[in-house]
Design a protein around this ligand. Structure first.
Ligand code: 5RP
Length: 230
């Protein structure tokens, strides 16, 4: 495992300390979240945790969790998720995030909005002074509106690119939508960018997560750090 993978693993493992017996747990998507999911399964198997149900944030995570034998349930109306553990692509000092590198931003945001606690796990390379400095913003768009929304994003600035799958065909989300990766550049005010995108009917969801993270667990060369909003 590379040094970066070790840091991701350390963050993922530590995040499982937030889970208690009897909890409903939201499972994020991505390589760092998967370290947490593996650890969760390990603690259930060795008896440290029991009576755990999980809501996956993507088909990828669902498949992964199923292979580990986790109990998966649908998101219901009666019970909020106790803790969601998810990754991020960029994290700013105000705990705002860019997510959606894995294309699961829509379901991830639904979980985040329906969780009592949102624990974000990442290696230290994800920390950034300003969102947009190292990662384009994923924007989920439905087919009818692709060209119109590309034009809208370009009118705000930066460059757009339709995300492609490995075989060169357009990448499709779990909802069958498309992703436009928008390289806007550094954002002075991520909230106002989020507001602009939320107004657009053709944009299903975007990867700016404003004020949803309650805890950030960072795997760093100096050890695992737990950050909470100040
Ligand atoms: C998926 C996400 C992921 O959490 C994000 O891309 C981080 O992934 P990784 O842990 O593999 O770096 O938002 O939609």
């Amino acid at each position: 495992m590379s040094g970066k993978e070790e840091l991701k693993k350390a963050a993922g493992v530590r995040a499982v300390d937030f889970v208690r017996t009897g909890m409903l747990v939201g499972l994020g998507t991505g390589s760092t979240a998967e370290f947490a999911i593996e650890e969760l399964s390990k603690r259930i198997k060795d008896g440290r945790l029991s009576d755990i149900s999980c809501v996956p944030s993507s088909e990828r995570t669902k498949d992964f969790a199923q292979t580990l034998g986790l109990d998966l349930v649908e998101l219901g109306s009666q019970r909020k998720i106790d803790v969601t553990i998810d990754g991020a692509d960029e994290i700013d000092p105000d705990f705002n995030l860019i997510k959606g590198g894995g294309g699961a931003l829509l379901r991830e945001k639904v979980l985040a909005q329906n969780s009592q606690r949102n624990v974000i796990v990442a290696d230290e390379s994800k920390l950034s002074k300003r969102l947009g400095s190292s990662f384009p913003l994923p924007v989920e768009v439905f087919e009818f509106a692709i060209e119109a929304e590309k034009g809208y994003l370009e009118s705000l600035g930066g460059k757009v690119r339709l995300r492609l799958a490995r075989d060169g065909s357009p990448f499709l989300t779990d909802q069958g939508n498309f992703i436009i990766d928008w390289s806007f550049g550094e954002m002075d005010d991520p909230s106002s960018v989020a507001d602009c995108l939320s107004e657009r009917a053709g944009i299903v969801e975007h990867g700016l997560f404003i004020g949803t993270a309650s805890d950030i667990i960072i795997g760093s060369a100096l050890g695992v750090k737990h950050l909470v909003p100040g």
